[in-house]
Design a protein. Structure first.
Length: 206
């Protein structure tokens, strides 16, 4: 199971500092990833199994930085309507720079979900929700439920059903010799075939 630990790091004042600290901490046994949050002066360490905080402190000290572990924060899951690409995510991350109490962020754009780790002593979940809402997007603490529709109201199902009807009509007409002339038979077969292809394409695009 992957766990997360947050460290306060003093002296981080440039973008070049972050990669050096991340690389040093990533070499510690059990560490999965290390990410420096420049705006918050924090280091988020993800690890498997037990993590000795002193090793992280020593790794930072070897580069001239003072680090100390923070009390584990609290995590809130927020579903954000309208967050479906990197641009919207960038807007939210920029907004969070004004909230130093936000310690970490896990993103799932497919489900429009954010797992936000924060310091409950300095900010509340409602403050985080408000910050996201100020970007113009709609945050929710619960995943929006999609309304299920009866199968007969599904456009895709109806198009596939109509395709089946046309195939059945063409088959019956062929078997019963309902079409007497080859030229007419070929013409109708072409029409039915075109309709079937069109309906199937529409069904796929729905």
């Amino acid at each position: 199971m992957i766990r997360e630990r947050v460290f306060k790091v003093e002296g981080i004042n440039c973008a070049d500092c972050a990669p050096r600290i991340e690389a040093a901490v990533s070499r510690i046994k059990g560490v999965v990833s290390a990410q420096v949050l420049l705006g918050a002066s924090r280091l988020v360490v993800k690890h498997e199994g037990a993590l000795d905080p002193d090793q992280v402190v020593k790794a930072a000290a070897s580069l001239g930085y003072k680090a100390h572990p923070e009390a584990p924060g609290r995590t809130v899951t927020v579903y954000v309507e309208g967050m479906d690409c990197v641009d919207e995510l960038s807007v939210i991350e920029k907004k969070f720079k004004g909230l130093p109490a936000v310690l970490g962020l896990q993103v799932n754009l497919v489900n429009q979900k954010l797992d936000i780790n924060y310091d409950p002593a300095r900010v509340t979940a409602q403050d985080i929700m408000k910050a996201i809402a100020e970007t113009g997007m709609k945050p929710r603490l619960e995943r929006p439920q999609s309304k299920a529709r009866p199968w007969w109201q599904d456009t895709r199902v109806r198009l596939i059903f109509l395709s089946g009807v046309f195939i059945l009509v063409a088959f019956v007409a062929e078997r019963l010799n309902a079409v007497q002339f080859l030229t007419i038979r070929g013409y109708l077969t072409l029409v039915f075939g075109a309709l079937v292809v069109l309906l199937m394409v529409l069904a796929i695009w729905q």
